[in-house]
Design a protein around this ligand. Sequence first.
Ligand SMILES: C[S@@+](CC[C@H](N)C(=O)[O-])C[C@H]1O[C@@H](n2cnc3c(N)ncnc32)[C@H](O)[C@@H]1O
Length: 468
Amino acid sequence: MYNEPLYFNTAFLLHSIDAWEQDRKERFNLTSLTESFHESVPALDFIDWQITAVERGYAETMLPLIPNSSNQYIAHQGPLMLLAAEYTGGLALTSLFHLVPIIGFWPSIDNNAGYMWGAKASIKWLTPSCHNLTCKARIEKDKWEGLAKRFANSNKVVVTIPVKMFNGEQLVAVADFTYWAQDINGLKRNAFDVEKIDLLYAHKTKTTAKLIVGLRAIEQEKTVEKRRFDDPYAFMLAGKHGITLARRFSIATPQLQNMVAARTVHLDEAVIQFSQEKSTFNVVNIGAGYDCRFWRLSIENAFIYDLDLPVMLNERKRIFDYSKKNTIRNIEIDLEIQSIDTVLREINSFDPSLPTFFIWEGGSMYFRDENIDTIFTSIIKIMPQGSCIWFDYVSAALIEDTTGIKEVENFTRNMRKMGEPFINGYNDISVLAEKYHLTIQQDIHSGTVLDIEEDIYKHYGFCILRGE
Ligand SMILES: C[S@@+](CC[C@H](N)C(=O)[O-])C[C@H]1O[C@@H](n2cnc3c(N)ncnc32)[C@H](O)[C@@H]1O
């Protein structure tokens, strides 16, 4: 398959009927797009808001007059009109960015996806809305090219779009919305600099880690006898954001919490057993996120190196009292451009001759082949005898959308909509093991860990690879 970007002239894409027909077909099926908006913004579902037309630079939506949206006092109806109008303007702006999935609403699979955010809004209600409300947003043609070009060059687009609201022909309200939009490539530019990182990109970076710790926190709601593991830190680490994400994802994929429980149990046991076999050892935790395994397990004979992007490590420094555990170190890394062995060798305290337990938990599914190769190649350079790598992985079928399991499809779609797509999976771990001259010590499905038979668990597993 051709994977390179296509370099069409922005003006051509904006004015070509063929380009628009392709875009309309791929992004603007109005029925499924309305459903996607309802799923992402439940309030839009509650008021039965509908997308009724989208053209280049134009969008029209409808807020029906139904009991859930009807007017008793303008205080209720006014904000609903604002809500409906805000998404209408956003759709008009989206229509200028040819084929770009906007995070939150369209599934995305790469960094060309865009973020769009409301920055400012003003609305004037002219008269009560006593019928279905039609919202119309139009961007003047002479602005199209400038906006589309800025976006295509990964620059921040800031624009104010007028939205008019009608009952039939009667104008009932007018609004102005200021939006900003940028693609992930642009947002990512300062990802390694905590002073300059884009706030939204920082938020996005933390989101999957929050989801996972949220799923661990939910385990604590079970009675002590029913808990499969104890994580007294998880609730505080997840906060309301993580718990809400975990609950939302669990509606569409109820097995998710079990899968994270299985991974926690399996890795806890593996690392405890490793610690019992060694006098001292290193742990290199790749993409540590909100993991607090070495704060909650009493493993005293390990030197822990938590690797992650600076923005995530800052979170860890904010949360934990490092004066109580001087064996835990935070190591800044961007796995897409730096290699683990080089970064660790620069740390004075790191002893590469010690047996090392590498952990790559919740990571292998997010990286491309070339990054995975860099990661494994660098690990095996600092893997003395007795070392191992633990990592979790999903099936290739999950990545290719061929499992035929509804809950799996829901999960992959939700991750893509969140802008955190799973892009890497394995059918057979032995291919990977052979490539890096490693031996499979264990390769197990999540269902086997929990003694659950259901097929879905076969698409998520854990493996331990050992050096020769
Ligand atoms: C899904 S989270 C898993 C966190 C943790 N291992 C756990 O299981 O709770 C993935 C982690 O990988 C980190 N990560 C993603 N891309 C990275 C990169 N390019 N370099 C370093 N860390 C990265 C994220 O910041 C995040 O903390």
